[in-house]
Design a binder for this molecule. Structure first.
Ligand code: THU
Length: 138
C-alpha cells in the first residue's frame, strides 16, 4: 500500500478534539484512525463523573472503526495539547497492540511536534491474542 497521508490524518485528529467530552480534565485529545478501506474514524476522549469510566480518544476512534466492521488499521494519529508529543496510556497500548497490530502511530501536539512509532515500540513483549489461541490448542 502507498504511504498514508499523515498530514491529512493529523488534521483529522486535530478536528476530532471537537468531539472530546472532557469537562473534568479540560485536556482535549483527538484521534483519527485510517483503515485499509481508506476510511477515517474519529475519536475524542470521553470522560465521566465516575473518573475511571473515562475512555481515551485512541480507544474511541479504534472502537468506532471496529464498530463499523473495519479491522485492518493502517495508521492512528493522536494529538494532545502538550509541550511535546505525548504517548498513549498503558490501557491504550494494550488495546492498540491487539486491534491495530500492523499500524503506524503518529503522535503529535498542536505546535508541530511529530513522532512516528509502532505498537511494538509502545508495548514490547506484549500479551496478545496468540497467547490465548496457542493455549486453547493444548
Ligand atoms: N487521554 C487520552 O484520551 N489519550 C491519551 O493518550 C492520554 C490521556 C485522556 C484521558 C483523560 O480524559 C484526559 O486525557 C486526561 O488524562
Amino acid at each position: 500500500m502507498t504511504q498514508p497521508d499523515y498530514a491529512a490524518l493529523a488534521e483529522a485528529a486535530i478536528a476530532a478534539r471537537e468531539r472530546s467530552y472532557a469537562p473534568y480534565s479540560q485536556f482535549r485529545v483527538g484521534a483519527a484512525v485510517l483503515t485499509a478501506d481508506g476510511n477515517i474514524f474519529l475519536g475524542g476522549n470521553i470522560e465521566n463523573a465516575a473518573y475511571p469510566m473515562t475512555v481515551c480518544a485512541e480507544r474511541v476512534a479504534l472502537f468506532s472503526a471496529y464498530a463499523a466492521g473495519e479491522h485492518e488499521i493502517v495508521a492512528l494519529a493522536v494529538v494532545t495539547p502538550t509541550d511535546d508529543v505525548a504517548s498513549p496510556c498503558g490501557a491504550c497500548r494494550q488495546v492498540i497492540f491487539e486491534l491495530a497490530p500492523r499500524s503506524t502511530l503518529l503522535l503529535l501536539n498542536l505546535s508541530g511536534a511529530r513522532r512516528l512509532v509502532t505498537p511494538q515500540d509502545l508495548l514490547p513483549f506484549g500479551f496478545g491474542p496468540t497467547q490465548i489461541t496457542e493455549a486453547l490448542r493444548h
